[in-house]
Design a protein around this ligand. Sequence first.
Ligand code: SF4
Length: 369
Amino acid sequence: MKYIDEFRDGQLAQKLAADIRREARSDRAYGLMEFCGGHTHAIFRYGVQGLLPDNINMIHGPGCPVCVLPIGRVDSAIELAYRPNVILCTYGDMLRVPGSNRVSLLKAKAGGADVRMIYSSADALKIAQENPDKQVVFFAIGFETTTPPTAVAILQAATMDLANFSVFSNHVLTPAAISAIMGSGEARVDGVVGPAHVSTVIGSRPYELFAEQYHMPVVIAGFEPLDVMQAILMLVRQLNEGRAEVENEFSRAVTRDGNLKAQAMVAEVFELRKTFEWRGLGWVPDSGLQIREKYVAYDAEKRFELPYQSVADHPACECSAIIRGVKKPLDCKVFGTVCTPDNPIGSCMVSSEGACAAYYTYGRYKESR
Ligand code: SF4
């Protein structure tokens, strides 16, 4: 298949659904976690869950970097934005995530902080060049997909000797988070639909150790509905046969070794943090990246001596349990009433890839009520 429409073909979807129904054994249940919010949205947008037999339960995982960033980190960014002479730049979704007392970067902007929405790390560099009398901080978030562009921005800033640019790094690592979820044993997960974009960078190799350690099949899948359904079929087959291998449904974009050039750039600029706090998962060892000493001049945490304090989620919000795969958005009492995309209480309703946003946006929750 070469064109996008072919990955959304209704007849092929029906055929795949029939194959899944035929191969899924009626005497067992299948708990399959999609780690990426992109998969969650494909499942809801195209009604994939409705095509599956009842004994296949899709479990929504950590979803996206916006969802997993803890309140303490949002607070640090807000505190930074309020400092005199600072321009804080970040991606659109981050602006609306509530920090402590439901203050967001958007509210900070309304309160006078200079907060700018950008589309790429290059935008932040440009703003720094245009405002030499200000300190421009890029509030960087993301899994392995968005880390290479941040590394490029730091390398370019170093080449240009740009003294007024720095990065507040919140880049996190996917395999560490999957291991944390599996290691806790809280969620009943039998197999994993592996990330798409992340895997284009890191390849499929990093999941091999993890599949072996937890005897957990992983199928890396693209974000189109037929990709997800094919991955589900491949996982069902592996589980029926007692296999726990890493398979690659997304071979049109993912190789075993990934993008070596991007990996080299990331390794040049970043190193592992000993530990990093995630919303829902708590402190996870070796799960985040910090800027290397060589590029310390571009590290906002060092330049501004940013303090960090853990902050508990809003008591009504179930984001943490959703991220761990223990609950679903409809288990949250404030879903769709107090908490909506226009008035989010937690990060899972804000992010364009969040599980709560997927349930709300595509209205599937109405069918199951
Ligand atoms: S509905 Fe809102 S408050 Fe509830 S878990 Fe989702 S984001 Fe959190």
